[in-house]
Write a new protein. Structure first.
Length: 759
């Protein structure tokens, strides 16, 4: 016998936030609360802006989309309040981290049964999305989808048994069936046939194809008016303004139907929406993406008893089967016109379709849906096999997430101006005299892109300004005639050489590859593609193994986004073979290394081969990468167990000197990256421990027991001498720390995920 439900929590967006998930979470929480008044139904809202929203009393806790710690605090709140069941609304786009991975921080620590409603189920996920979905499935006691297609994809793509999945339709308000003429007068469209599309506006809605269909519709039915209801999606407005809406208005004018199109640019309340739906005769959903498993707008209008003409996305195909509506091909104005006119030409068929839809819609009204959810909640509690909830269970140091320092970019911002980032600092003050270099601007550009992807960043305007400046520096550094990057620039913006080092060239390509693979700014991506392709060919003639390795890293980043690039695949093969050949010509059992000296950024050679070995694939390169990294970790570990990077005061020479000082932050950073890559491939926890060991070098687990990272400034000292920390906080060192921190944050929840397969 299961005890009655006492506390039910819902997580997702929440009204007054304007998005479909927020509306759904609000409506579901209210419906369940009304269905079981004896229970406490409350919500946790995910905020997409720092100031949040003015939420109703049901919202008891909040999470900031990009703030990982806020998800852990939410888990603590749920545990301490003895929540009986947690209902999560999942959509990749509303949670922070790669593919919304921040949500996993909450799910890993909650102690109650979890029921997850999947608003999107991807048939062909990328590796990050697959990793998040697989862990989401594992940490949910039950999964809810809104259509049979969703359950089929869960079974076929993610191996989820049908017994774990409940199909519950999208809830809808209980709107009375009525004659549309009742509401038309108040909108000034009495005597006209009303077509409606509503929801947050964006290019994926395909409204341009409905407008293209209007001339043919109006020719046969001149009394038709097309109402496009809804505000442009706020995220789209932030990026592009009202470009899409304006393009639709121009199209209507060009096609001569502007007298038959009404735009109502508002986010309407449920009461207002009910009246708009009431005035509707035919609903149009000309969406462009087949892989839409749920459409709340479709459910609302269908359940209110309206005829629907829709493209065959998954939810529509299922809901409108058996002549419950009309399906038309994607991007086909002629078919849309024919579908609409078929209803308008046959009023009896239109009326019959409406009555059938309304009857089926009674199974979708919120009271019926709420009862289905309550059954699922109890099912989840019965099936739960884990130990009883205990707030402090498992809170040992071994099981809790590694406590990383908070992000603080004050020093990076202070070191940057309108030209780029300065090379050096006198203590924590930028040193203008030494000017700039392309190496550090490349590192800074990589950092900004990683932080943007992770969601850990300073205020948006600062990051945009910084990343644009660093990319502008990289662009200016490339000499188009020689195809080489210059490195050093004076404070007066004069280049101090015709060409920089091979290593600085490779590092620039690495940064540009990151820009191609990770940026959300299309202008940045296009410039990165242009610069990368122009500067890549010269690398084949380089002799520096680190330049080869940096370029390989850049190629892998590039191929994450654009995998069909034969020239890049060929370049990767050439450079990988160069590193393999170098190894074979030098390595022995006692010295399994690429050269007769190990200098700086050593682990990048290993990292490049581990990546190429996985994705070319190249088994020999993979074996060499892991073997050389194993040796390097043993070489850079003390008997006391802490990380000791090879010192730059002589480096490490085969059969010769092994310098212990001066230890450089870039070597610790390279070790963090390579060990995390080795872990992602092998799943051997020893590699994650090595990454943690290298990262802790920054924080004081080193020969002197002194922290190189200055939490008061956000800067990092330039190195560790035998008797002191170098007090200067230059760009290379500070960026090395922040890049390591970003990678450790990334690894915390996606450490088992390999890089996207670019092959």
């Amino acid at each position: 016998m299961v005890a009655p439900l006492g506390r039910i929590a819902f997580v997702g967006g929440y009204e007054p936030r304007r998005c479909g998930i927020a509306t759904f979470t609000h409506d579901l929480c209210e419906a369940v609360g009304n269905a079981i008044p004896t229970a406490q139904c409350f919500a946790g809202a995910v905020n997409d802006k720092l100031e949040g929203y003015k939420y109703p009393p049901r919202v008891r806790f909040e999470m900031l989309e990009k703030d990982l710690d806020s998800y852990r605090r939410a888990a603590d709140f749920l545990n301490f309040n003895n929540t009986d069941v947690l209902c999560v609304q999942h959509e990749f786009g509303i949670y922070g981290g790669p593919a919304g991975s921040h949500l996993l921080a909450l799910l890993k620590e909650v102690r109650m049964p979890v029921v997850t409603t999947l608003h999107t189920v991807l048939q062909s996920p990328n590796p990050a999305q697959r990793q998040v979905m697989e862990e989401l499935v594992q940490r949910s006691d039950r999964l809810v989808v809104m259509a049979r297609k969703g359950a089929d994809i869960l079974r076929d793509t993610y191996a989820v048994p049908d017994a774990k999945v409940d199909i519950i339709p999208h809830g809808i308000p209980n709107i009375p069936f009525n004659d549309s003429s009742f509401f038309k007068a108040q909108f000034g469209v009495e005597g006209r046939m009303v077509l409606l599309t509503f929801g947050l506006l964006g290019p994926g809605k395909g409204i341009e194809y409905a407008i293209e269909a209007l001339p043919a519709i109006v020719k046969r039915h001149p009394n038709v008016v097309y109402l496009i209801l809804g505000a442009t999606h706020p995220h789209l407005v932030a990026r592009e303004g009202e470009t899409y809406r304006l393009s639709l208005e121009r199209l209507a004018e060009e096609r001569g139907v502007k007298e038959h199109v009404i735009f109502y640019n508002r986010f309407v309340s449920l009461d207002d929406l009910t009246e708009f739906i009431g005035a509707t005769d035919i609903y149009l959903t000309p969406y462009l993406n087949e892989a839409q498993i749920t459409s709340g707008t479709l459910a609302y209008v269908f359940g209110a008893g309206k005829a629907v003409v829709s493209t065959p996305y998954w939810h529509a195909t299922e809901l409108l089967a058996n002549d419950r509506g009309t399906l038309v091909p994607f991007r086909n104005p002629t078919a849309i016109a024919d579908g609409v006119c078929a209803y308008l030409d046959d009023p009896e068929r239109l009326d019959r379709t409406r009555h059938d839809a309304y009857q089926l819609g009674r199974e979708m009204i919120w009271p019926a849906v709420a009862q289905r959810y309550l059954d699922t909640f109890q099912h989840a509690r019965v099936d739960r096999k884990s130990a009883p909830r205990t707030a402090f269970a498992g809170w040992t140091l071994a099981s809790r997430p590694y406590d990383l320092p908070p992000l603080r970019l004050d020093h990076i911002i202070r070191m940057s101006d309108g030209t780029g980032i300065f090379q050096h600092a006198s203590f924590n003050v930028p040193n203008f005299h030494e000017g700039y270099c392309v190496d550090d601007n490349a590192r800074a550009f990589i950092l900004c892109n990683l932080l943007d992807e992770l969601g850990g960043k300073p205020p948006e305007e600062n990051l945009d300004q910084l990343v644009t400046g660093y990319l502008a520096f990289l662009s200016a550094a490339l000499n188009y005639e020689t195809r080489r990057f210059r490195n050093f620039m004076s404070h007066g913006r004069q280049w101090l050489e015709d060409a920089g080092s091979e290593d600085s060239h490779g590092r620039s390509l690495w940064a540009l590859g990151v820009g191609v693979g990770r940026t959300r700014n299309e202008g940045h991506r296009r410039l990165c593609i242009k610069l990368f392709n122009h500067a890549l060919p010269v690398v084949e003639n380089f002799s520096s193994p680190r330049a080869w390795a940096f370029t390989i890293l850049g190629i892998h980043e590039y191929l994450r986004q654009l995998p069909d690039c034969p020239d890049l695949h060929a370049a990767r093969e050439i450079l990988t073979d160069k590193l393999v050949t170098l190894w074979k010509n030098c390595a022995t059992e006692d010295w399994p290394w690429f050269e007769n000296i190990a200098t700086y950024d050593n682990a990048r050679l290993c990292q490049a081969l581990i990546l190429s070995g996985q994705w070319m694939p190249h088994p020999e390169a993979l074996e060499i990468g892991l073997k050389s990294l194993t040796w390097l970790t043993s070489l850079q570990k003390t008997q006391a167990g802490h990380f000791r990077p090879i010192g730059s005061n002589g480096f490490c020479v085969k059969d010769g000197i092994h310098a212990d000082f001066d230890q450089q932050p870039v070597e610790a950073q390279a070790m963090v990256s390579a060990c995390l890559e080795a872990f992602r491939y092998t799943q051997d926890p020893a590699w994650s421990k090595e990454a943690k060991r290298a990262f802790e070098w920054f924080l004081g687990r080193n020969d002197l027991g002194l922290s190189l990272y200055d939490s008061s400034t956000g800067g990092c000292s330039d190195g560790l001498h035998h008797d002191r920390v170098n007090a200067n906080q230059g760009a290379e060192s500070s960026l090395a720390f922040h890049l390591s921190l970003a990678e450790m944050n990334y690894a915390e929840h996606l450490i088992t995920m390999p890089h996207s397969n670019p092959s």
